[in-house]
Design a protein around this ligand. Sequence first.
Ligand code: PMP
Length: 313
Amino acid sequence: MGFTGRGTVWMNGTLVEWADAKIHVASHVIHYGSGVFEGIRCYDTPKGAAVMRLTPHIRRLCDSAKIYRMPVPYSMAELEAAALQTIRANGFRACYVRPIMYRGYGALGVTPGSCPVDTAVLVWEWGAYLGVAALENGVDVCISSWTRMAPNTFPSQAKASANYANAQLIRMEAETNGYHEGIALDVFGYVSEGSGENIFVVRDGVLYTPPLGGSILPGITRDSVITIAGDLGYRVEETFVPREMLYTADELFFVGTAVEITPIRSVDRITVGDGRRGPITHAIQPNSGTLEMMRPHSDWERESRLSNRYRQI
Ligand code: PMP
């Protein structure tokens, strides 16, 4: 992740210089992981810079805060405006947008007590998460020895900083062992998701993806892909996915804001399909191979029911 380290950061309603966007080391979030955040992409489209599905992202941010009893200091409209203002202020045409709400400086007991809920929005230029080549050639992944959190432990529906302790373990183990990414099983042994992305399995022309009860984050890209695949005439089933379905799949791919739509070419060194991006993965990747792959192209605009996916800057 390459920070440009420049520009401004929105903090509690004020734009401050990147270098000045600091918090105190006694902030609750540092000690107890009490933050919720979002990851959103802004694309350089033919109509100008546009944010992909801003409203569902901000809604998920507010849902995450609600789950953690965190009073949200702004309305959804204000949070959307803050994201747009920060992008505009930094003049990016394509960037990654990171709104974050966290328990700040005030008390250091586990109960957040008098800690304020602080809000920030950072933007930076971030290319292909697993590398540009991965979007076409696919990635090598493993099943992680780390399991996703069990239901009723850390809520997987919240995009909470604390959940990324689990994600870090999955990702670090995978990289240490020479893989691009790890896939975690849920506590029952079914496939859950990657450290930072949802997963789809293709077999005999049908798409399968783990259900919301599978300890997954309800991904916005997952939701888009379900709609787009349906619009393209494919059947999509949200169902429990046994591990072995990954090995026998015709195609596999990750989906997420950062990873976009990335084919998986092997799992545990077992080749998936013929070891390269399959036709259905390709059909769902609108303009594959570039950062702007998700920009609205004519097929999407004509066929997708996801109207107003983009918010012009
Ligand atoms: N799962 C996890 C754990 C993630 O961190 C992400 C990225 N936010 C996703 C799935 C994909 O979600 P989205 O498509 O909303 O980015």
